[in-house]
Design a protein around this ligand. Sequence first.
Ligand SMILES: NC(=O)c1ccc[n+]([C@@H]2O[C@H](COP(=O)([O-])OP(=O)(O)OC[C@H]3O[C@@H](n4cnc5c(N)ncnc54)[C@H](O)[C@@H]3O)[C@@H](O)[C@H]2O)c1
Length: 329
Amino acid sequence: MKLLVCGGAGFIGSNFVRQRVREHGDDVIVLDKLTYAGRRENLQDLEQVELVVAGIEDADAVRGAAEGVDAVVNFAAETHVDRSIAEPDAFVQTHAVGTWVLLEAVREAGLRYVHVSTDEVYGSIEEGSFTESSPLEPSSPYSATKAGADLLVSSYFHTYGTEAVICRGSNNYGPYQYPEKLIPLMILNALHGDHLPVYGDGMQVRNWIYVEDFAAGIGHTLTHGVPGEVYNVGGPDECPNLEVVRRIIELTGGDESQIEYVTDRPGHDRRYSLSSDKVRALGWQPQVRFAEGLERTVDWYRENTAWWEPIRSGDYREYYERHYGRSLG
Ligand SMILES: NC(=O)c1ccc[n+]([C@@H]2O[C@H](COP(=O)([O-])OP(=O)(O)OC[C@H]3O[C@@H](n4cnc5c(N)ncnc54)[C@H](O)[C@@H]3O)[C@@H](O)[C@H]2O)c1
């Protein structure tokens, strides 16, 4: 299969591309704007993959890159909730305008389209799990613009018959994740003896999915998903953030005294939980339990210092110090 993968130089996108090339023999073109979270280094072991550096909102670049492909998979997004609270503009531009430009290109060329979305579009749930028919109640500019993009994708199926599928993932973790996100942040800070900033009481519960499982779920809906349908792709385990931090301390040899409780994120969702029965009925299921995936992830960050050192000593350091008011060691 020949694929155009938008946002394929980011965390999940690059894991997806690696899996498609190695396990499925696909021919892949990546279109990525290379924002702070998108990096050539994420694809450096995949020389056969062509990288087009452009935004999904650039209609000419998208049309050119989509020529001759069988399908488009879209990961391109601004993905950090904290940044969406501080500076929502790029979120609106990429999720609303960018998704619209992509949809126009796939409509014109009659391509299959998989749109990667998030459990955050449903908002927070105290008990039970969200299904695909749960109402959308996003609470941050990140999740609201992602929900808007999902609705636009559905409208292209209903209005133009575009062969579009939406995949809503739960919280991912694994190799190549930018260290502003909870798990890599805590791993690297723990390894450096830095403080471990925990929002509020740390009891926000997330439904963790190992990135290769999510990538496989997206691949599964690419080939087996029914056009016009939404598929939740959730992980096998739930865990509160504080417990995640404690497990990381154990795995890295850090110390509980590194934990520092900081002011909670405004509008912080308390719990996310997805029911993935629909995608499981298509034949997908997660393979990696949280304990095993976390151990693998810690090992990857320990072994790949050359990947994260330039990030930790670059702009990220400045962002971190501004956001948490603390410096990194
Ligand atoms: N990380 C998670 O836990 C998670 C969970 C569920 C869903 N998702 C979704 O998965 C997708 C990928 O997330 P991620 O965690 O890999 O994020 P990421 O921030 O690591 O990667 C996003 C990629 O998109 C690129 N990008 C940003 N704006 C672009 C634009 N306008 N045009 C082209 N490329 C652009 C970036 O350069 C980067 O390579 C997103 O759509 C996100 O909403 C993420």
